[in-house]
Design a protein around this ligand. Structure first.
Ligand SMILES: Cc1cc2nc3c(=O)[nH]c(=O)nc-3n(C[C@H](O)[C@H](O)[C@H](O)COP(=O)(O)OP(=O)(O)OC[C@H]3O[C@@H](n4cnc5c(N)ncnc54)[C@H](O)[C@@H]3O)c2cc1C
Length: 324
């Protein structure tokens, strides 16, 4: 009996959201009086995997098949199911991202497990196995009691602060008998995002909506982001209109972020947008419409034309930096 957690990585580098997930799984294991096994798919060094011990993993099971270096839902699920069966897992934890959304339901079906998608709390074991999750795009919460023997949870990224401890995990290899049909989806190319700051990790985010009028005006947001050392984000229609790349889209159907500062420029503040950003510590809204719904969620608001205000803000940041 243990808790297993899918530990995503990019060539052995475990991002903040994976460390958060391992820490979350370890918290569940601790409250259940059991251990945490991280499952690593593809190539990573022992030293990189042992580091997961700092976030609570007792053991790492590595399926060291380089075909797993890129997401393949069928093969990933098979590997995770094999790991769960080997460990006699009672709880399987995966991220609520593209990978987890593709893999966790398959794993839950195979293990006849109840599943909570998009959890935002640790399970409350005093009432059974009750997990809090977002519903209606974050407008409300549901408390789901999972009564099956095995449980599968996907955790909303950026729900908890990550804190490194002192542990080190042992590493074991796991052989999985893959068949060719497990890799029937072939990844031909991977386009890496090479922004200044990766959005999912960013503490400061400058985000633009349809109020920016067109991609030709994004230079002023890029200048502001550059001065602040911030990442860029956008609303969904902006990505749908190809003004900005899709990986910058935040909200219910995009990324979920929790930066210290979120500056929303020309974004109305629809509930589906707020679902991805309303965990931000401080929200600044720049919008020409004083009735824009985003102002209700804002800590600071500026009513006016973004095309005039943003360059002034950038100048103010430059001046501030020069004097400090
Ligand atoms: C199932 C579903 C899922 C969705 N998922 C997402 C999601 O993940 N993320 C997301 O963002 N949306 C999502 N949406 C869409 C969402 O409902 C909104 O339509 C969208 O967020 C609006 O984007 P916007 O604020 O950029 O544009 P608009 O609603 O057009 O708002 C533009 C804003 O800019 C302001 N403005 C205009 N000109 C200026 C100016 N010169 N200076 C300053 N302000 C100006 C306007 O006052 C307005 O408030 C989803 C919708 C559905 C139905």
């Amino acid at each position: 009996m243990s808790v297993i957690v899918l530990a995503e990585h990019t060539q052995g580098v475990f991002k903040k959201k994976t460390l958060e997930l391992v820490q979350y799984a370890a918290g569940i294991a601790q409250s259940m009086g059991t251990t945490t096994t991280a499952v690593v798919l593809g190539d990573a060094t022992d030293a990189e995997m042992q580091g997961l011990g700092q976030y609570g993993a007792n053991k790492v099971l590595q399926v060291a098949d380089s075909r797993l270096d890129t997401l393949n839902a069928r093969a990933y699920s098979k590997a995770l199911i094999a790991a769960a069966q080997k460990e006699g897992a009672k709880v399987v934890v995966a991220p609520h991202d593209v990978t987890g959304k593709a893999v966790a339901p398959r794993v839950a079906a195979a293990l006849k497990a109840g599943m909570v998608a998009g959890a935002v709390s640790a399970p409350d074991l005093s009432k059974g196995f009750v997990v809090k999750k977002n519903v209606f795009a974050g407008k409300a919460f549901a408390f789901v009691n999972v009564t099956s023997d095995v449980k599968v949870i996907t955790l909303m990224p950026n729900t908890f602060q990550v804190k490194a401890g002192a542990g080190s995990a042992s590493v074991e290899k796991l052989d999985v008998a893959f068949e060719d049909k497990d890799f029937s989806v072939k990844v031909k190319a991977v386009n890496k995002v090479t922004g200044e700051v990766p959005l999912s990790e960013a503490e400061l985010v400058v985000s633009g909506g349809r109020g920016m009028k067109g991609p030709e005006n994004w230079g002023i947001l890029e200048d502001l982001a550059h001065e602040l050392g911030a990442a860029l984000a956008c609303s969904r229609p902006v990505a749908d209109s190809h003004w900005r790349p899709h990986h910058e889209h935040v909200g219910q159907t995009g990324g979920t972020i929790r930066p210290n500062l979120y500056i929303a420029v020309g974004i109305s503040g629809a509930i589906q947008h707020l679902a991805g950003v309303n965990g931000s510590k401080t929200i600044v809204v720049i919008n020409k419409d004083p009735e824009a719904p985003f102002f209700k969620a804002a800590d600071y608001g500026v009513v006016g034309d973004a095309l005039e205000i943003v360059p002034k803000l950038t100048e103010a940041v430059k001046k501030f930096k020069a004097n400090h």
